[in-house]
Design a protein around this ligand. Structure first.
Ligand SMILES: NC(=O)c1ccc[n+]([C@@H]2O[C@H](COP(=O)([O-])OP(=O)(O)OC[C@H]3O[C@@H](n4cnc5c(N)ncnc54)[C@H](OP(=O)(O)O)[C@@H]3O)[C@@H](O)[C@H]2O)c1
Length: 242
């Protein structure tokens, strides 16, 4: 398979890149060139793999990146967007700028990726996997902005899955609970916050990036080509178990 991974240098993204490089060709992107280069250097594989910077808040940047990915790989089977951000603030002190940043990174990016990849997927089909959040389903304090944005991703998934089904483009999302990655350092580095967070998950522990590999492996298996329009919760029970 030829797989494009965005947000590749992040916690979940880099775990996926290291894993998928064993059996697939990869084109990997995120904003920071130094982190991307470090990721590329960490990969040992006989398959093809390369990197390019991309800013998912900018449609032109996504367009350039997707074209580079297609040129390099020759064709694209899967796009996995692991880019994202987090904002923990109650609604009454959330600024317009906060919302612009959260929605551009998490929601506009889905439209940009769809817009730039359609021409590469429309003939032979393929898959797009986005990242939502357990916070889109369960009420968590101070998550108004990120819960709204991640909820928008799950809503995007059902509509886009319908729109592009006739092109055999399958669109799904993963919704994590709290995962130990650079994104959540402020929570996980504070013992009291970490202990409190663990208790919110029925399994009494937070997740790690490797927890996403089995489902992602299964979704990029060509026998999974009857799965579309779904959000899969990988969240230690956070979203639906008390
Ligand atoms: N970790 C959690 O607890 C958790 C919970 C729920 C949902 N999620 C979601 O899961 C996904 C993966 O999260 P993670 O924990 O692996 O986060 P992470 O470690 O912070 O990685 C996120 C990646 O996104 C990239 N990124 C951020 N803004 C970008 C932009 N404008 N353009 C391009 N790349 C950008 C970052 O790299 P650069 O800064 O170098 O670009 C980084 O590589 C995200 O969508 C996140 O919202 C995570």
């Amino acid at each position: 398979m030829n797989i494009v991974i965005i947000g590749a240098a992040g916690g979940i993204g880099s775990a996926l890149c290291n894993h998928f490089s064993e059996n697939h060709n990869l084109f990997m992107g995120s904003r920071d060139e130094a982190n991307l280069s470090k990721l590329k250097d960490s990969i040992v594989s006989n398959n093809k793999y390369d990197i390019s910077t991309v800013d998912v808040t900018n449609f032109d940047s996504i367009e350039t990146f997707m074209s580079a990915a297609h040129n390099y790989l020759g064709s694209i089977n899967y796009i996995i967007n692991c880019s994202g951000s987090l904002l923990l603030k109650p609604a009454h002190i959330t600024s317009e700028n906060d919302l612009d940043q959260i929605f551009k990174t998490n929601v506009y990016s889905c439209f940009g990726i769809m817009k730039s990849s359609y021409k590469f997927l429309r003939t032979n089909g393929g898959g797009i996997i986005l990242f939502s959040s357990a916070a889109s389903k369960v009420g968590l304090k101070n998550h108004e902005a990120i819960a709204s944005a991640k909820g928008a991703i799950s809503s995007f998934v059902v509509s886009a899955a319908s729109t592009y089904a006739s092109n055999n483009i399958r669109i799904n999302a993963i919704a994590p609970g709290l995962v130990d990655t650079p994104l959540t350092k402020r929570i996980t580095n504070n013992k009291a916050s970490l202990d409190y967070s663990k208790k919110m998950h029925a399994l009494d522990r937070i997740g790690n990036p490797e927890n996403f590999i089995p489902l992602l492996d299964s979704l990029v298996d060509e026998r999974s080509d009857w799965i579309t329009g779904q959000t899969f919760f990988i969240d230690g029970g956070l979203s639906n178990i008390k």
